[in-house]
Design a protein around this ligand. Sequence first.
Ligand code: ZN
Length: 259
Amino acid sequence: MKTDGPHGPAGSNPVLSANSIVCLFRVLWSLLLYTMFSICSHRQFQIVTLINIFGVVTQVSKIMATIRTVNTQTFPLILAVDRGGRPAEWVNWRQAVGHYMAGDVMWTVGDPAAVVRGGTNRLGVRSKVDLHPVIAVAGADAIRFEDYTIPLNNKNLFARDGVCLYCGEKYAKGDLSRDHVIPVGQGGVDTWENVVTACKPCNHRKACQTPAQAGMELLALPYAPSHIEGLILANRNILVDQAAFLSLQIPNARKRQLL
Ligand SMILES: [Zn+2]
């Protein structure tokens, strides 16, 4: 792939540059007119100066709008895998372009999910990089999958279970809680294997008892997410090709909860 280097999202920089140059000239022109206006109070100078100041304000607002557009453009995260297809990490579009530019991308999966355009070369050709949903990156092999631990927090826990594991109902995040299957008061610990998502009514009903003591049944056994499941938990905007790729590597029983 021949490119001139990454310069950001498609179509953003030329517009920004053109607006900036026009704005700079307008500011200089307005300063010149203001200086002349200061030494000559002719009415025509007053009008022309006011018109130019209005033009500068308009130009600045255009630049700000362009910057806001660039900043709010969202690109999907790209799934980087090792040469054997083991998922390694999510990378943003800048990191992905870096891998493409360095020639580290060995193979890809899926149709391009985004296009990043760069500068224009001397022949007038604008560079572009197609970002695929899944890229195999040389050097990703060094990641030590077995050492990776998914942080236990409510966000990850609620994402792991998806529903209250006692009544099976879906709730808004604000109505969910972390329940210790073996209560802390009875020696339970705060680990992935001893916590489940519970709605507040179920948690209240269970109180400081085990499910058996409370006469409640768990709909699924809690588990510590693997590295791959952690990747799924970390990105809730997974593309179809990425979901299909990741789902091949997790147990069937867990797919329904995560994907
Ligand atoms: Zn419930």
